[in-house]
Design a protein. Structure first.
Length: 326
């Protein structure tokens, strides 16, 4: 598998295993099999959150971390993997959403959340710790200080921002630099080969979630910043052309990009999903795609993308098709 390096020098697999549904839609036996296969193939990076998956039937949050923790203990695998988890979006009132009662990013919320995550994961450290969503009710400096303290204590390796406005990320990084303390070095947003319209919002999702040209330029020019992509396969839309795309992809560039990715898949003998993942991992900047699967078969398809080399001509064909929506 390809490898990428975090800001602290930690080397991880460029393909990240998303564990959102572990313990809810994906039962523990299946989750263990997926984790076993991922590590067997050389994968190291596992992404979860303290609130996964409170919205699923029977879920309350913490299920994914709990299953991962059981697997780590059963396999003795803690030193073989890099654990990425998040804080901020776990509801504090049962039956409500993260918008209504999310734990937020106050120092006390962050401290309480990391203690819960460590307990469920059965470990004394988290390698990558994310601010899952913005919390503008808390002074930014307090959030930065709280995350920096966890890094300085050794409880957390590096910290990142997910679903944040880019200006907010840079302001947080600037404050951390001014204090000579650890700051955000990872950025996690929704990103795929298809480009979203910039004038259509997702009322059912995070306020700030999609990668745009400015995000790519920022990640390309900040040497210590890594870019991670969630929902890179658009919930199966590439593999199932009959599945409707979200309205944000309804613009003239989408048919052109779909045609390009299908053409490249046919030329390489790969699946469209594999082409999308290879395009992300081999791009400028390189992107770490977070791929959620529900079976070992799906995982095997994703793993093969790590070995798919797109030549210069094919990459140009993909890059030049369509573009960002207007």
């Amino acid at each position: 598998m390809r490898r990428s390096t975090l800001a602290d020098g930690t080397t991880v697999g460029s393909l990240c295993l998303g564990a959102m549904w572990f313990g809810t839609r994906t039962d523990e036996k299946t989750a263990f099999a997926i984790l076993d296969r991922f590590v067997e193939a050389g994968g190291t990076l596992i992404d979860t959150a303290d609130n996964y998956a409170f919205w699923a039937e029977g879920g309350a949050g913490g299920e994914s971390e709990t299953v991962i923790g059981r697997w780590l203990a059963d396999r003795g695998a803690r030193d073989q993997v890099v654990i990425s988890t998040k804080v901020g979006a776990q509801p504090t009132v049962p039956g409500t959403s993260w918008r209504e009662s999310g734990e937020g990013l106050s120092p006390s919320a962050i401290r309480s959340a990391i203690e819960g995550s460590l307990r469920r994961l059965g470990t004394d450290r988290v390698d990558v710790y994310w601010a899952h969503i913005e919390d503008r009710t808390v002074p930014l400096e307090e959030t930065v200080d709280a995350f920096a303290s966890l890094v300085e204590e050794g409880t957390v390796g590096v910290v990142g921002a997910s679903n944040h406005a880019l200006w907010k990320v840079e302001r947080a990084r600037a404050f951390a630099r001014s204090q000579d303390r650890p700051g955000y070095t990872c950025l996690q947003l929704r990103h795929s080969y298809l480009r979203p319209r910039l004038d259509v919002t997702r009322p059912d999702s995070h306020i700030f979630g999609d990668v745009d040209a400015e995000t790519l330029d920022y990640a390309r020019n900040e040497p210590d910043m890594s870019l991670w992509a969630y929902s890179p396969l658009l919930s199966g839309a590439y593999a199932h052309p009959d599945r409707p795309l979200h309205p944000v992809y309804d613009h003239p560039g989408t048919p052109a990009r779909l045609a390009a990715v299908q053409e490249v898949a046919a030329k390489t003998g790969a699946t469209v999903n594999q082409v999308v993942l290879a395009w992300l991992m081999g791009g400028d900047p390189p992107v770490t795609p977070i791929v959620g699967v529900s079976s070992v078969e799906q995982l095997n398809e994703a793993l093969a993308a790590a070995d798919l080399e797109l030549g210069e001509d094919l990459r140009h064909r993909l890059d030049d098709a369509g573009g960002f929506g207007l």
